[in-house]
Design a protein around this ligand. Structure first.
Ligand SMILES: [Fe+2]
Ligand SMILES: [Fe+2]
Length: 296
């Protein structure tokens, strides 16, 4: 639905700098709403009996932008009619959480799933709160259930779909990110991430340790946090080269993966899924806003 986190890297870094740097709290950064966009994906699962179930992964950032994207993709109607059962919030970062009001306006009682490492501000925000210092607000109180996923547990959300929360310190003063594993019949394992702060290596290692047949990760969707601010550092370049060992059959990466990382993947011959480049996406080299990718 939307993969772009923000419009301009320099403007984002200036906002972070104004609040004391990347190790400060995101709740104290004077973010500029005009630069904010946000990450939000619709996951549709077809079960073996033909039933379809849907999750929304993350809630984006700028509320007006999110309202537009929800309407443009028809996800607004799915939310309003109750056809999306859960909002799965991968982590607390502003570009995944601050747009929550746009979702709750359509479905205030949607079940919300968060990693148990969420900080108090995250829960306050979900309950309905304003954080003026960060230009962030949720004016719609959430009325549904909140499920907290404890670190390293495996939670089966539905047949063939598991959620796992990872504990790790993350920039801007937050902790922990959760992601999903889908076991697609006849195809194998698909990892689905938000930002992927916990790294593809950790995602793959957990699958190998925890899932039958998990030694091979076949496909991946979402952010891989390699060049989120527009520059591929040497360690991240090495990480891209290291990805080759997994032999992934399809890489549908976007969001904070970053264009230089995607370009290197393509140069290395990795099977990156391209997109349309439409609806505000920064490039057509990867799956972007409004694009769909199937893993069947
Ligand atoms: Fe992000
Ligand atoms: Fe993030």
């Amino acid at each position: 639905m939307s993969e772009i986190g923000w419009v301009d890297n320099d403007a984002l870094m200036a906002d972070i700098g104004a609040a004391g740097g990347i190790d400060g709290s995101q709740w104290g950064v004077p973010w500029h709403d005009a630069n904010a966009r946000g990450s939000c994906s619709l996951l549709e699962v077809e079960l073996l009996d033909g039933a379809r179930r849907r999750l929304l992964i993350d809630a984006g950032w700028n509320r007006d932008y999110m309202r537009q994207r929800l309407a443009a993709t028809g996800v607004d109607k799915l939310l309003a009619s109750g056809e999306i059962e859960t909002l799965f919030i991968t982590h607390e970062h502003m570009d995944h959480l601050f747009g929550l009001q746009a979702v709750l306006e359509l479905r205030p009682d949607i079940a919300i799933c968060v990693p148990a490492t969420f900080k108090p501000q995250g829960y306050e925000f979900i309950a309905g709160a304003e954080f003026p210092a960060a230009h962030a607000a949720n004016q719609i109180a959430h009325t549904g259930k909140v499920f907290r996923l404890e670190t390293a547990g495996v939670y089966q959300l539905m047949p063939g779909l598991a959620a796992v929360a990872f504990d790790l310190p993350i920039i801007l003063g937050i902790e922990g990110e959760q992601s999903l594993y889908a076991n697609v019949q006849g195809k194998g394992l698909v990892a689905i991430t938000g930002c992927g702060h916990h790294t593809l290596d950790r995602i793959a290692a957990f699958a190998a340790e925890s899932f039958e047949g998990g030694a091979t990760l076949h496909r991946v969707y979402g952010g891989l946090h390699l060049a989120p601010f527009g520059r591929l550092a040497p360690a991240q370049e090495a990480a891209v080269r290291n990805m080759g060992k997994y032999g992934l059959k399809r890489i549908a990466c976007n969001h904070c993966t970053g264009l230089p990382a995607v370009e290197l993947m393509l140069a290395l011959g990795y099977p990156v899924v391209k997109g349309s480049g439409a609806d505000g996406s920064a490039s057509d080299l990867y799956v972007g806003n409004g694009d769909s990718v199937a893993f069947d």
